[in-house]
Design a protein around this ligand. Structure first.
Ligand code: 5GP
Ligand code: ZN
Length: 133
């Protein structure tokens, strides 16, 4: 997509710190500088988010997430990862090109990567009746 920053990083038009790539996907450093090792994994072909991407693209992205996560643990001294994704503006998505955030973790690193929720407002059973498939 012409105006998409992550499409431009994928194509090389804009520079990125490329950790790993294959034909369909790219893993590169997030510029946020919010936590050490913050990595994004994207499909090279544009799709907006999990609601918009086809299953093959999602599968390719998750395989790359696994390759990078294994590398972080096997070769870089990390012990685990948090995976984060926002799909749609309602969920906090700020860049409209699908991406999975990888946050490398070590025990006692002091990082709290879990969202602060304010508590459920509805009864769990009535929510269950709405959600079950
Ligand atoms: P979202 O809020 O959509 O889940 O995450 C978007 C992420 O993209 C943010 O963590 C932000 O730091 C990162 N980001 C935004 N613009 C750029 C950029 O130009 N280069 C890189 N490497 N990351 C970016
Ligand atoms: Zn794009």
């Amino acid at each position: 997509m012409d105006d998409c920053i992550f499409c431009k990083i994928a194509s090389g038009e804009i520079q990125g710190l490329r950790i790993y790539e294959n034909e369909e996907t790219l893993a590169f450093m997030d510029i946020a500088k919010d936590v050490d090792g913050h990595i994004l994994v994207i499909p090279k072909a544009h799709c907006k988010n999990i609601l918009d991407c086809d299953p093959e693209t999602l599968s390719a992205v998750m395989q790359t997430v696994k390759i990078v996560a294994d590398h972080l643990v096997e070769n870089c001294g990390y012990e685990g990862v948090n995976l984060l994704n926002a799909s749609d503006e309602s969920a906090g998505q700020s860049v409209p090109h699908f991406h999975i955030h990888i946050i490398p973790r070590k025990r006692d690193d002091g990082i709290d990567a879990w969202p602060k929720f304010e508590g459920a407002k509805e009864d769990i059973h009535s929510v269950f009746e709405k959600l079950k498939m």
